[in-house]
Design a protein around this ligand. Structure first.
Ligand code: NAD
Ligand code: TYD
Length: 353
């Protein structure tokens, strides 16, 4: 038995793979093309671990996906691979359509062919787990209840539109072909190995470098934050016990305004790494807003809690402290990501093999 994880060298995927192999011994095959967001250093702890196989490749490459399925005979595909940054989707939406839509379509077709040829027991056990986002539901007003699984899809950015399209494909492959799928729509994640172009890691590394902390617009946009290993445990729960064809919203009941997140990070850094120049909050700088900026996301996680008994292990307070501490403890990771040196890792580690 094994599972294939796509996008396993990215932020959430790598945390999931590390967590999976901590929780058990079922082998993982990571398929990742290593875009700028893919970093094999995130999986360095698994070097030489026979339970983990890394394959550099594109989810749009049908022949490669077919070959991996035939070779490894996995009992599940957990699909993280995506272009994931809203700001990049605004400046260049093409890659989002290709990976998030065409890539998911390619995986679904390969999975369908593989699954159709399994025996009855293999067919019943197989899962295609699609990892998606709360951003497909659009933006909430202050008085709206949090997103439930029954909310209409109203994506507003090229990123969320591409993820919404992929969710629809997954749903259709279940209804039309009977492919055993589950989908999770999660709120904003944070934690170790988060690429420092997203809000929380960007603020930490900029503050430590004495650079401005760019807050978009009025900073009152709200996101619902979940520590990344809690997302990993939710995926494990849904993969193990989720009902076929269902979607599960995953979140930690942690709605926070962006400016409050930034102030919390500054306060933690003031405590853990005080600056001679005064509070890091002096670096907060309001900048031009993101076009089409969603005002509020919030997740109603009662379905996964009720059906599967899942609960997050971290509160926002414990999770953000761990996260800031991780960035303080791992300056080499940050430096290598910022200089681009992390991209040499593949050649150094795998070039001779
Ligand atoms: P990420 O950008 O950190 O990682 C994405 C990974 O996918 C990278 O390793 C990249 O190399 C790989 N990849 C990209 N295109 C590929 C392709 N064509 N073939 C193979 N691999 C490819 O993203 P993340 O934040 O870890 O998000 C992972 C998944 O979780 C995404 O599907 C995202 O939509 C979803 N999600 C993210 C969040 C969040 O807060 N980051 C929240 C909810 C859902
Ligand atoms: P981000 O981490 O890009 O995640 P998403 O857009 O998928 O929610 O951004 C989180 C919030 O922080 C979002 O409202 C945009 C805002 N933001 C800033 O204010 N400044 C920044 O430099 C970044 C990257 C984001």
């Amino acid at each position: 038995m094994s599972i294939i994880v796509t996008g396993g060298a990215g932020f959430i995927g790598s945390n999931f793979v590390l967590d999976w192999l901590k929780a058990g011994d079922e082998p993982v095959i990571t398929l990742d093309v290593l875009t700028y967001a893919g970093n094999l250093e995130n999986l360095a702890a698994l070097e030489g671990d026979a339970r983990h196989t890394f394959v550099q490749g594109d989810i749009c490459d049908r022949a490669l996906v077919d070959r991996l399925l035939a070779e490894h005979r996995p009992r599940a595909i957990v699909h993280f691979a995506a272009e994931s940054h809203v700001d990049r989707s605004i400046s260049g939406p093409g890659a989002f359509m290709r990976t998030n839509v065409e890539g998911t379509f390619t995986l679904l077709e390969a999975a369908r062919a593989y699954w159709s040829a399994l025996d009855e027991a293999g067919k019943a056990a197989f899962r295609f787990h699609h990892v998606s986002t709360d951003e497909v539901y659009g933006s909430l007003k202050p008085e709206d209840p949090p997103f439930a699984e029954t909310n209409a899809y109203e994506p507003n950015s090229p990123y969320s539109a591409s993820k919404a399209a992929s969710d629809h494909l997954v749903r259709a492959w279940h209804h039309t072909y009977g492919l055993p799928v589950v989908t999770t729509n999660c709120s904003n994640n944070y934690g170790p190995y988060h690429f420092p172009e997203k809000l929380i890691p960007l603020m930490i590394v900029n503050a430590l470098a004495g650079k401005p902390l760019p807050v978009y617009g009025d900073g009152q946009q709200i996101r619902d934050w979940l520590y990344v290993t809690d997302h990993a445990s939710a995926i494990r729960a849904v993969l193990a016990g989720g009902r076929l064809g269902e979607t599960y919203n995953i979140g930690g009941w942690n709605e926070k305004a962006n400016i409050d997140i930034v102030k919390t990070i500054c306060a933690l850094l003031d405590e853990l790494r005080p600056s001679a120049e005064g509070s890091y909050a002096r670096l907060i700088t309001y900048v031009k807003d993101r076009p089409g900026h969603d005002r509020r996301y919030a997740i109603d996680a009662r379905k996964v809690e009720r059906e599967l008994g899942w609960r997050p292990a971290e509160t926002f307070e414990t999770g953000i402290r761990k996260t800031v501490q991780w960035y303080l403890d791992n300056p080499e990771w940050v430096a290598r990501v910022q200089s681009g040196a992390y991209r040499e890792w593949l050649n150094k580690q795998y070039g001779a093999r």
